[in-house]
Ligand binder design. Structure first.
Ligand code: EPZ
Length: 421
């Protein structure tokens, strides 16, 4: 298995291109199931999760061509021959559940394996199911699968999510585009990935209003057509690389970065004393002083501070001046990086959903282990500020969501190597 070796070597200088968003692309790809016509996604990220989604769609009979070195995905579902998403693929990636809504809407039936728990929490899919039920789906949970039917087709409905869910909003939104009548989704997620999906669906002929607010109104249409759509920039990759100069010092321009994608995160970063400025080409982040100020964070659905940047922000807080309290409100078990950071000399206490980080002057390199995607990249970031070598194993977690991370950081002067194993 590959590992990544990071050797802390001082301030960074340079630029890092930001790829298309993994989590937007994973929702956009299943939209192909809603139409016979071709769907082309440009600015797609080249990641193992995207390949897993391609494999899943192909297992249903869709065609997925990866063009221009994977940056363009040409999808077609004109000859679909199965509506069953197998456990073998779904267990690898929870986002697989996003085929349920589109399959049900277009074919009136679907069988999708239940994903099960994962490293960061139990993550049930009850809200996906309840929203579809509200639209008239008949659901039967047996043999670890959701057996879903909508004999006369889905019907528009008013549904209020009891809590904000990105995936359930995406599933319901896609399903509603082909439902008969009007669907109103209340307390919907407002993440940029939802907005991007709504824009793509609208290009395909869907009638949607309210994206980016907590009420989505969808007027069902008889059929959707093809479209070409550029995937929005990855705000989590952006936030992650914004933290690199914050942790190591120096100045980095994240190309393609937009402040509106990371507003609440950028505000916290600025509160630590780091400079963030929008340039013509992206976002420039500069750390001039020696240590940043400890700053508290509470994760929340968009536009709040993203849970997907909590681990990376913790890496920054490890060497901050003072004590920071980080509250994780989205996932119940998302502090697996804390014991690994502790192995590098960090002082962190975790009680339930709260981590208290007492900043130390310096971290020391150590062998560490990735437990999930964002945890792994937080350890690489910590390695940039550590004395000596940090060796990260289980790199496959990282490859699910970060494209060429070692090359991107090396481009700014960091010493980061992948060791094939
Ligand atoms: C999406 O997951 C992202 N994944 C996650 O990214 C991200 O952490 C999360 O949203 C929150 O922002 C993709 O977009 C592919 P949720 P999702 O449904 O949709 C509970 C990463 O590192 N819930 O918004 O699965 C759930 O347990 C990842 O890229 C239910 O109770 O997240 C959680 O506590 C990991 N029932 C909360 O809601 C449900 O039916 C929010 O989850 C659904 C969710």
């Amino acid at each position: 298995m590959d590992s990544i070796v990071v050797t802390g070597n001082g301030p960074l200088q340079g630029e890092i291109p930001i790829a298309g968003a993994k989590n937007a692309c994973l929702a956009l790809m299943p939209a192909t199931l809603l139409t016979d016509a071709p769907l082309t996604l440009t600015n797609a990220p080249r990641l193992s999760d995207i390949r897993t989604m391609s494999t899943l769609l192909e297992s249903l009979g869709a065609e997925v061509a990866s063009l221009q070195d994977g940056q363009v995905l040409a999808l077609s579902s004109h000859a679909l021959d199965s509506q069953r998403a197998d456990y073998d693929i779904v267990r690898k990636m929870r986002a697989s559940i996003l085929v349920l809504g589109p399959l049900l809407a277009r074919y009136g039936q679907a069988e999708v394996s239940l994903p099960g728990g994962c490293a960061i929490g139990a993550r049930p899919v009850d809200l996906h199911l309840r929203a579809l039920e509200a639209m008239g789906a008949e659901l039967d949970l047996r043999d670890g699968y959701v057996h879903a039917r909508a004999p006369g087709g889905l019907k528009g409905a008013v549904f209020e999510f009891p809590l904000v869910s990105v995936g359930a909003t995406e599933n319901a939104l896609m399903a509603a585009t082909l439902a008969r009548g009007t669907t109103v989704l209340k307390n919907a997620a407002r993440e940029p990935e939802i907005v991007d999906l709504a824009h793509c669906l609208r290009r395909m002929g869907a009638r949607i209003e309210g994206e980016g607010t907590s009420t989505l109104t969808i007027e069902g249409v008889d059929a959707l057509g093809g479209a070409t759509h550029p995937v929005v920039a990855d705000r989590i990759e952006l936030g992650t690389f914004m933290l690199a100069p914050a942790i190591a010092g120096g100045s980095v321009e994240c190309l393609g970065g937009r402040l509106d994608l990371v507003q609440s995160f950028a505000e916290k970063l600025m509160a630590t004393g780091v400079e963030v400025t929008q340039t013509e080409r992206g976002l420039r982040v500069t750390r001039r002083g020696d240590r940043v100020r400890a700053t508290d964070v509470v994760t929340a659905p968009f536009p709040g501070f993203p849970t997907d940047l909590q681990a990376q922000f913790m890496a920054l807080m490890c060497t901050a001046d003072g004590t920071a309290v980080l509250e994780e409100r989205i996932f119940e078990n998302r502090f697996m990086h804390a014991p690994e950071l502790t192995r590098m000399g960090a002082r962190i206490e975790v009680h339930g959903g709260t981590a208290t980080v007492h900043g130390v002057e310096r971290l020391r390199g150590a062998p560490v282990m990735a437990t999930d995607l964002r945890a792994s990249v937080s350890l690489i970031l910590a390695g940039l500020a550590a004395e000596g070598e940090t060796v990260l194993s289980r790199v496959y977690h990282l490859d699910r969501g970060y494209e060429r991370v070692e090359e991107k950081l090396r481009g700014c002067g960091a010493r980061v190597e992948r060791v094939k194993g």
